[in-house]
Unconditional design. Structure first.
Length: 184
């Protein structure tokens, strides 16, 4: 490892390029720059991926977004445990996707990682939190402020803390997210 990188890690800082993207690039009002920067860090982002400003991406090399998707402003996408996001997904502003936690019962309080899966045409309302190991099924909707601690079945509308089923969503959804703001 180069001495400069070793010194930076010795200070407890993440990968310097990831830090640059999260502290500077994400605030530049140009979607193509944000997408290109994350791809250079290893994120697999499909076509028509729109990342609104101010969002933070941890371990982007473990992030897959199939495309035709929006990630709103000021989200935290923690991909350390792996995140897979399907097509035509909307993640509203201020959402948290958190793939890491700690075992509170273990006396050594070890860290744990687990993947998050979000199916095609899912919609996460503002300030939704999805925790480690959770799958959000195809077409599912999480109401604003919901905390998903367990899987959400396909075409289910869920809300609350913890999120519980509130009803169903019609599976007759044909929309395609093909555009979004370029300079935002």
């Amino acid at each position: 490892m180069p001495p400069a990188r070793s010194a930076i890690r010795g200070l407890g800082l993440r990968n310097p390029a990831e830090l640059l993207v999260n502290r500077v690039i994400t605030h530049v009002p140009w979607n193509d720059l944000r997408v290109m920067s994350l791809r250079l860090l290893g994120a697999r982002l499909g076509p028509n991926t729109f990342l609104f400003g101010g969002s933070e991406f941890l371990a982007p090399q473990n992030l897959v977004m199939e495309g035709n998707a929006h990630v709103g402003r000021h989200c935290q996408i923690d991909s350390r445990g792996g995140i897979h996001i399907g097509r035509n997904v909307v993640i509203a502003s201020h959402c948290l996707l958190i793939t890491a936690d700690h075992d509170p019962q273990d006396p050594d309080f070890p860290g744990r990682l687990g993947p998050i899966e979000i199916g095609d045409r899912a919609w996460l309302g503002s300030r939704v939190t999805v925790l480690r190991g959770v799958t959000i099924g195809e077409g599912a909707v999480l109401a604003a402020g919901a905390v998903a601690t367990e899987d959400v079945e396909p075409w289910t509308v869920a809300g609350g803390v913890p999120a519980r089923s509130l009803g169903t969503r019609s599976s007759d959804q044909r929309y395609e997210i093909l555009d979004g703001p370029t300079y935002y």
